[in-house]
Design a protein around this ligand. Structure first.
Ligand code: NDP
Length: 290
């Protein structure tokens, strides 16, 4: 029976460390990290996500700046707001909640962000830095995945890691982060010929698909680490991409849904904002920001 990787308590620990380092930053440099959120429209799930980000800011001692905009906002109005936030010294991180309403080009908006304030790690400069192994802001969910993998105490060097999903938001950056730690990485997607076979050989499985319990428990190699990124709303409640009950019987470690990767994503957003604030001082970031 697998050990459960509790994202809620891991996220709490991260927030505690960030809170202490933020207090130190204020005391030493008079600097309060600031996060601006931009929410366009009324999507209920997006509202909840943005709300949880503001709450987290409050908990760790950051200033947050909410920019809720009507669904009728034009792309040029949104770009003008991004320009103002890029220039605002109180703002160290800018979070544009996705998806944006139809008619607004998401890429154009993300590309307009200052890479220094790109706390979601989605700007091409951030992604290029990840690929090049240069310091930069990494995407939050992949950072959360890695944090939970580290919690297992397992060394990644030489292990077989299988990532299912190849999005820019999750799959690709997770694969790069696993590779950075010397895992042998396979990326699977909708055209993969033998998904069960790939997963059966994996020491670490990261599922980021968006299909409820698609990864069958019987495919999991006994003793492996299973990180389930998926969030799927079903009649039976929130489900991950992994058939949890059956996978738990075989895995060595497994994340629950909810309560696994989800809470880590917000904690890593706080970590990135702290890092961006510390970098704005031109000094070495402290341990909680790294
Ligand atoms: P995308 O829809 O962008 O990507 C899904 C990926 O899954 C694609 O690469 C797709 O392959 C692959 N896929 C789809 N069907 C199959 C299949 N039958 N077999 C193998 N691969 C398949 O999703 P995201 O990466 O944005 O998100 C993935 C999941 O993670 C979602 O449930 C999302 O809600 C959740 N999520 C959770 C977060 C959190 O904080 N916990 C944050 C972000 C996302 P192809 O490229 O070939 O189409």
């Amino acid at each position: 029976m697998a050990e459960i990787l509790d994202g809620k308590s891991a996220a709490r620990e991260v927030r505690e460390r960030i809170r202490a380092e933020t207090a130190e930053l204020k005391r030493r440099h008079g600097l309060t990290p600031g996060l601006a959120t931009v929410l366009v429209g009324e999507d209920p799930a997006s509202k909840i996500y943005v709300g949880s980000k503001h709450k987290a800011c409050e908990e760790v001692g950051f200033t947050s700046f909410a920019h809720p905009l009507p669904a009728t906002t034009s792309e040029s109005e949104l770009l003008a707001l991004i320009d103002r936030l890029n220039a605002d010294e109180r703002v160290h991180g800018i979070l544009v909640q996705l998806p944006l309403p139809k008619g607004i080009d998401e890429k154009r908006v993300i590309f307009r962000l200052s890479p220094h304030k790109d706390v979601d790690g989605l700007h091409p400069v951030s992604q290029g830095r990840l690929l090049a192994g240069e310091p930069g802001l990494r995407p939050c969910t992949p950072l959360g995945v890695m944090h939970l993998v580290h919690k297992t105490g397992e060394r990644l060097a030489g292990k077989r890691a299988v990532v299912i999903g190849r999005s820019l938001l999750v799959g690709k950056p997770v694969a790069m982060l696993l590779l950075e730690e010397h895992a042998t990485v396979t990326i699977c997607h909708s055209r993969t010929a033998d998904l069960a076979g790939e997963i059966g050989r994996a020491d670490v499985v990261v599922a980021a698909i968006g299909k409820a319990e698609m990864i069958r428990g019987a495919w999991i190699r006994p003793g492996s680490v299973v990180i389930d990124v998926g969030i799927n709303r079903t009649d039976g409640g929130l489900k991950g991409d992994v058939e949890y009950a059956a996978a738990r019987e075989r895995a060595g470690f497994i994340t629950p849904v909810p309560g696994g990767v989800g809470p880590m994503t917000v904690a890593m957003l706080m970590q990135n904002t702290l890092l961006a604030a510390e970098r704005s001082l031109g000094t070495e970031p402290g341990p909680a920001a790294r």
